[in-house]
Design a binder for this molecule. Structure first.
Ligand SMILES: Cc1cc2nc3c(=O)[nH]c(=O)nc-3n(C[C@H](O)[C@H](O)[C@H](O)COP(=O)(O)OP(=O)(O)OC[C@H]3O[C@@H](n4cnc5c(N)ncnc54)[C@H](O)[C@@H]3O)c2cc1C
Length: 375
């Protein structure tokens, strides 16, 4: 077992840190306040290669996600969705023609991708989704609605999961839907607790027509496509959570050394050290679990269990770390002059999306016992 990064991975981590300090960190608070990200950032993410990061090994990719998560989870989410949920899915399941058409556009930021699974009536239970796709000659016609779709109104293409057959998971099929298709509409959702700057949208599909060549995977394979995307997405997300925890640790070490109470830096009070030690241990454990899942992905081994373990632990750890970091900062942690309040708001959604913590425990329990609690 080798816990050391290669020289190349160290360079990738260093350049991601430098990119974030130049292009993301100076703007993160303002973007959070105005609930929007300067779209010029998309070209910068493309230029540095992050929007096409399926070219990287998964450990390197996790290092980039960690740095982006430390800087701003709203930005990390753009890359996570474009690469982990959409690009890698097209690479695995897409035809040569689909890959040739969409991968260069995703990598160049010309058309960001979004992943449209969740519906108003089906979140944890995607096998219950009701958006329909009906055959019409050589085309499919899609009708229904999706909710909470990251990049829904920024995306140029959506991976849409729709029902083409009977009830349950086997009745689903995945489609590539250009977002400028007639009948496709996205409405941005405002007022989120965290990830305020990130585009999250509700999608309406009213008779959206796509050719059969836009089908991703076989008819009826949609659930498998959706779940394999989440295996990758959960590694991105876990790495982003490690970044949140690391950012909390860095902020606490800085603040605890500066802030004086009872005539000495608060860093010298044992109960403050306890808070900092807990953040550090959580951060390190989450990082190792994330790297393990990433290493399995690189080895071409199925990693559903390990991705779930990493996602579950890292997301819960990021919430604990951010909560403890606000505590270390006292009242100053509650205002956005310091980054920890935003870390807490941004961390909070990570135990909810890409499968809630309860759903991760059911996936882990099923893998360990062989018994599924989902049916
Ligand atoms: C900011 C944001 C961005 C998102 N981005 C995307 C995206 O890009 N694409 C996309 O498709 N979706 C996206 N989502 C949706 C997200 O994945 C869902 O919100 C999530 O899967 C939970 O579904 P739900 O909100 O419908 O909650 P529900 O499924 O209604 O769950 C409510 C509660 O019940 C619990 N619960 C449900 N079933 C069980 C069970 N069997 N056993 C025990 N407990 C259970 C849950 O754990 C939770 O605590 C996003 C959500 C948010 C908030």
């Amino acid at each position: 077992m080798n816990f050391f990064l290669t020289h190349e991975q160290e360079l990738i981590r260093g350049s991601a840190r430098e990119f974030c300090e130049r292009e993301v960190l100076p703007h993160a608070r303002d973007w959070d306040r105005v609930e929007d990200i300067d779209r010029g950032l998309v070209a910068k993410l493309a230029d540095i290669g992050y929007l096409g990061a399926w070219e990287l090994d998964t450990i390197s990719y996790a290092l980039v996600m960690e740095e982006l998560g430390r800087a701003d989870s709203s930005v990390r989410g753009i890359v996570s969705v474009n690469v982990g949920l959409v690009g890698k899915t097209i690479l695995k399941w897409g035809t040569d023609a689909q890959q040739a058409e969409w991968l260069p556009k995703l990598a160049g930021g010309e058309a960001l991708g979004c992943y449209a699974l969740t519906e108003p009536g089906s979140g944890s239970d995607p096998a219950g989704l009701v958006t329909r796709a009906e055959r019409d000659g050589g085309d499919w016609v899609l009708s229904g609605s999706k909710i909470f779709i990251t990049l829904g109104s920024w995306a140029g293409v959506a991976l849409v999961f729709a029902r083409t057959g009977g009830e349950g998971a086997r009745g689903l099929t995945c489609f590539l839907v250009p977002t400028d298709s007639p009948g496709f509409a996205a409405t941005r959702i405002k007022g989120k607790l965290g990830l305020r700057a990130q585009d999250t949208a509700e999608l309406a599909l009213e008779g959206v027509r796509v050719p059969d060549t836009n089908r991703v995977g076989a008819e009826g394979d949609g659930f498998k496509v959706a779940m394999s995307a989440l295996d990758n997405g959960r590694i991105s997300l876990a790495a982003g959570c490690v970044g949140i925890a690391q950012g909390c640790l860095d902020a606490c070490l800085r603040y605890a050394a500066e802030r004086q109470q009872f005539g000495k830096p608060i860093a010298s009070h044992q109960l403050v050290q306890e808070l900092i030690a807990e953040i550090a241990v959580d951060c390190e454990a989450a990082r190792l679990l994330t790297w393990r899942a990433a290493a399995l992905a690189d080895a071409g081994v199925r990693h559903t269990l390990e991705s779930s373990v990493a996602k579950y632990y890292a997301s819960e750890a990021s919430v604990r770390a951010a909560n403890a970091a606000v505590q270390v900062h006292g009242g100053y942690g509650y205002i956005d002059e310091y980054p920890v309040g935003k870390y807490l708001r941004d961390a909070r959604v990570t135990t909810l999306y890409e499968g809630t913590s309860q759903i991760q425990k059911l996936i882990i329990g099923r893998a360990l016992t062989g018994e599924s609690a989902f049916v």
